[in-house]
Design a protein around this ligand. Structure first.
Ligand code: ADP
Ligand code: MG
Length: 706
């Protein structure tokens, strides 16, 4: 052995026990290790945190007479009759009776001859499963079972059996055994613990060691109802630590970006003031406030990492334009990115109209640009002649080099995930430094959720709409009333109003019972010959879409039949009527975005939610919510309750939806504590913070490249 190895400092106990690879557990060969790794299970401590989905109670025997359908039980009795039959498919039925004098049928559809032979009348058997009401009383399909010696005491489990999330290629029994082995390696409580003792005291929480043992191996006196609901102190303790680790991870990522530094943007507001003079409206108090927050940020030598939340129609674009002019005035470049080509084109049109008269160059860069136009755009971006660059994701792709990108604005509209933000960060900047970044989202995210999901960003909120807007009146109507609606549209358009008619599918479909946009377009054009009816859908070429949208915007079309492509950001202030077909098929966020297309001008607007009865309970709740409020924050909260955070954020892949224990809705009350704890720990004990992150989100953070 070399001296170097002897000189190596002794590894801390945690590294030996928790960070040891799974191959150190008996029975884990290369093949099993690979299967486990595919589920992110690499280290012994990963098994500690592979928590049960539910439990099976084999600590007692239930009398058959007392069984209730739907409640899992363990029963014990003797085989009374065996019937092997073939009704449509092979079937084995075993009647088991116990001392309570009742009988239960064990039913098998898959079985071997050997199995059949074991079921001898009179034999003592113990079975576990969930009884259902069958044709001949209660039965359990495919119970787990074992035979017992004819007489004498039979052993009962003294703990509940955990049922773990399956790992492909590793049997449930093997997995349970491995986790048991891993738990034997749990170090003493004080060695394992990373939460400060006063926190545990303050919240009356068990140590991590105790919490893990309770959750993996609950004893029969554990409060099962609490455990099932996820609110047992042991689980709350784990959730707190997990949320804290996630929070620390995001904060650390943010600190890492901050450390890269940015060049301050300092300039006067002559250009911005010139734009204010041309806007035709005065920014709202909220817009001005947010703009000041941005100005303070970009004057610093750390990159701004700011999320701008503002409901649909709150005027985020004007804020973006005014901020952009600050950067341009400072001689820096600005990138503005949107999630779809349609929206990017609209931003392009707005920015050209607003900025070009001021002598600011606005360059377009999207994925489908002709080779020559693309070359020219890239050249202008590289030599700095392009002062403002508008585009889609293409802007973030390889090969787009800016002369001096000072400010990057991402119109997220809740389609970009965290990873796009990071990609942008990696891309921008002159060597070390990164651009100031503003992410705009029209999805109002409930505060607690935002604190968690966007812990790597500062948050600004535009919490008022421009004056003079009348809230959109929302009506729900059964699809039978379509004819009536067509008449209303005829009258409204004759008065000079414009209308959207939105469908959820383009073409007729056998699978989906919904009004197709193509058929509706034909029908409406026929029934409303005096109106000009346009049609826009997602399969059109961008230029075609743009032509139709422009015609609608210019007032050349009265009525626009559309698929949900118009959901994002489209701004036609004169449109004041919207019909949404099959509203029952759409989620709240989508409905809110769609409805946000009307009510943008001064005229009172109406949105009709057409639905195909009968409505499911969920669809009914969504439609009721839409009728009751136009407040995006209220709608987002409801959406969160109905669907959960993963869907709402559109960021399943970020890990938010993949908490092992925590549930952002159930555990919302923990979040403020998590914030405070994260602050304290980062300041007082960064090493501990790092170990917490490594324990819970090690892999995910590596993926994010920090
Ligand atoms: P969103 O925040 O949904 O992106 P937009 O930026 O598209 O909203 O703004 C919606 C509409 O409101 C646009 O027509 C915009 O010009 C207009 N607008 C923005 N700010 C104001 C304001 N302060 N007063 C009046 N109209 C405004
Ligand atoms: Mg917008």
């Amino acid at each position: 052995m070399s001296k170097a190895i002897h000189r190596k400092p002794p590894a801390p106990a945690l590294a030996v026990t928790g960070e040891a690879p799974l191959s150190t557990l008996s029975g884990v060969g290369p093949r099993a290790a690979e299967k486990l790794a595919a589920h992110g299970l690499l280290r012994v401590q990963d098994l500690w945190l592979h928590l049960p989905l539910r439990y099976e109670d084999r600590t007692r025997i239930s009398p058959i007479r007392a069984l209730q359908p739907g409640l899992p039980v363990q029963v014990e009795g003797r085989v009374e009759a065996v019937e092997r039959g073939f009704r449509f498919r092979p079937m084995l039925q075993v009647a088991v009776g116990d001392d309570s004098g009742a009988t239960l049928v064990l039913r098998f559809f898959h079985f071997t001859g050997a199995q059949v032979a074991q079921f001898v009348v009179g034999r003592r058997v113990r079975a576990y499963g969930t009884p259902r009401l069958g044709r001949n009383g209660l039965e359990i399909a495919h119970p787990s079972y074992r035979f017992l010696a004819d007489d004498g005491e039979a052993y009962l489990h003294d703990r509940l059996d955990p049922v773990y999330p399956a790992v492909e290629g590793v049997g449930a029994g093997a997995l349970r055994r491995l986790i048991g082995l891993a738990l034997q390696r749990l170090p003493p409580a004080d060695e394992l613990e990373l939460l400060p003792p006063q926190v545990l005291r303050e919240h009356k929480l068990p140590s991590l060691r105790d919490a893990l043992l309770t959750v993996h191996q609950p004893t029969s006196d554990t409060d099962l109802l609490k455990l099932a609901a996820g609110i047992h102190p042991a689980q709350q303790r784990l959730a707190l630590e997990e949320l804290l680790a996630y929070q620390l991870s995001l904060r650390r990522q943010r600190m890492a970006v901050r450390r890269l530094g940015a060049r301050p943007i300092v300039a006067n507001d002559d250009l911005a003031d010139a734009l204010r003079g041309r806007l035709g409206f005065a920014p709202t108090v909220a817009q001005e406030r947010v703009l000041r927050e941005i100005h303070v940020d970009i004057e610093r030598d750390e990159p701004m990492l700011r999320l701008l939340q503002g409901d649909v129609g709150s005027g985020k674009t004007a804020v973006a334009a005014l901020a952009a002019l600050r950067a341009v005035a400072a001689g820096r470049q600005v990138a503005l990115m949107a999630p779809t080509e349609l929206l990017a084109e609209q931003h392009l049109a707005t920015f050209r109209a607003w900025l070009e008269p001021l002598g600011v160059s606005v360059v377009w860069l999207a994925g489908k640009l002709a080779a020559r136009a693309r070359r020219e755009a890239l050249a202008a971006i590289a030599d700095g002649n392009a002062q403002v660059v508008v585009g889609t994701h293409a802007l973030m792709q390889e090969g787009v080099a800016f002369a001096d990108l000072g400010l990057a604005i991402v119109d997220e509209q809740h389609r970009f995930g965290v990873h796009q933000r990071l990609a942008l960060r990696d891309k921008g900047g002159d060597g070390e430094r990164v651009p100031h970044q503003l992410v705009m989202t029209a999805t109002p995210i409930p505060r607690t959720l935002a604190m968690t999901a966007y812990a790597d960003l500062d948050v600004s909120v535009i919490d008022e709409l421009p004056p003079g807007r009348t809230p959109v009146q929302t009506i729900a109507a059964s699809a039978e009333r379509r004819a009536e609606l067509i008449e209303r549209i005829r009258v409204a358009c004759a008065e000079g109003r414009q209308a959207y008619w939105v469908c959820t599918i383009i073409d007729e479909s056998d699978e989906i019972q919904a009004q197709s946009a193509t058929a509706l377009h034909v029908q409406l054009a026929e029934q409303l010959p005096e109106l000009r009816v346009g049609f826009v859908h997602g399969r059109m070429k961008p230029v075609e879409k743009q032509t139709v949208m422009r015609a609608f915007k210019d007032g050349d079309l009265h009525l626009l039949v559309a698929t949900t492509v118009i959901e994002v950001g489209v701004d036609v202030p004169r449109a004041s009527l919207m019909v949404i077909e099959n509203a029952e098929r759409l989620g709240l966020a989508q409905l809110h975005q769609l409805r946000g297309r009307v009510g943008r001008g001064a005229a009172a607007s109406t949105c009709v939610l057409l639905y195909q009865p009968p409505l499911s309970a969920m669809a009914r709740q969504r439609i009721d919510t839409m009728r009751q409020t136009t407040d995006g924050f209220v709608i987002a909260q409801k959406d969160l309750e109905l669907r959960g955070p993963g869907e709402l954020l559109g960021t399943r892949q970020t890990g938010l939806a993949q908490f092992r224990v925590a549930d952002l809705i159930r555990d919302a009350a923990l979040l403020p504590h998590v914030q405070r704890l994260a602050d304290d720990l980062l300041g007082s004990d960064p090493v501990r913070a790092e170990r917490l992150v490594a324990r819970w989100v090690g892999g995910a953070e590596r993926y994010a490249g920090v």
